[in-house]
Design a protein. Sequence first.
Length: 261
Amino acid sequence: MSDDTNDFRLEQTGSAAAAAGPEWKPVTRASTYELVIDAVEEQIMAGTLGVGDPLPAERDLAMKLGVSRASVREALRVLESLGVVRSSGGSGRGAGTFIAAMPSAALTRFLRLHVALTNFSIDDVTETRIQLERSSAILAATRADKDSLAAINAQLAMMDTPGISLETFNDADTAFHVAIAQAAGNQLFSDLTGAIRTSLRKSIFSSFSRVDDQQALMAKLQSQHHGIMDAITAGRAEDAAALTEEHIRFAASRLPGLSDT
């Protein structure tokens, strides 16, 4: 069969397919409870639902949305687990489901799991930490009050404890950085810092465990911590930021195989 004949048949086949129109295949339909969540989110984003506002009763909401009560019930369970709504049993004025101010713990847990499961590269995590914690250090140096400084110093004192275990040091190290973010007076910085640090807890501990001279590294890190704290206490914002970046980069370079754990 000649090439010309083949080309002719291909052209005929293509013309027939074009004449028949596109071929449509079934698409995956979202679960009904997800559509209920979308409906609640739409009202929140539109400003028609705010913190403290009640949602319709389960039966009424199901009727309004044209879905089953089981779908509404599942949607409310998900929203409650995310801290978006709170439910009170019983009867009376305080009973029902209400829009809640999303607690920091729920946001932190969500971010922590997201960071841990998405497997970001250590370089991405390091650069994100640097940007976050530089900003936190600058704000802490200009905003920190006595109570905030005391909270940071409490973690320094913990890490200064003679004979402190690696695990305790690691946890106090995390708390030190979170305390600086809290001293900055920016709750989102604090939540993001806490989420990223705690998502790395196991990896950092595992990497630290493979360091030949753990005590020497702990001493160096602690010396850097004190330098950061001194700059924050003295109000030297740019120094605090620079020392924080230097500290994070140093730690990342000294922990073997962190990106592989």
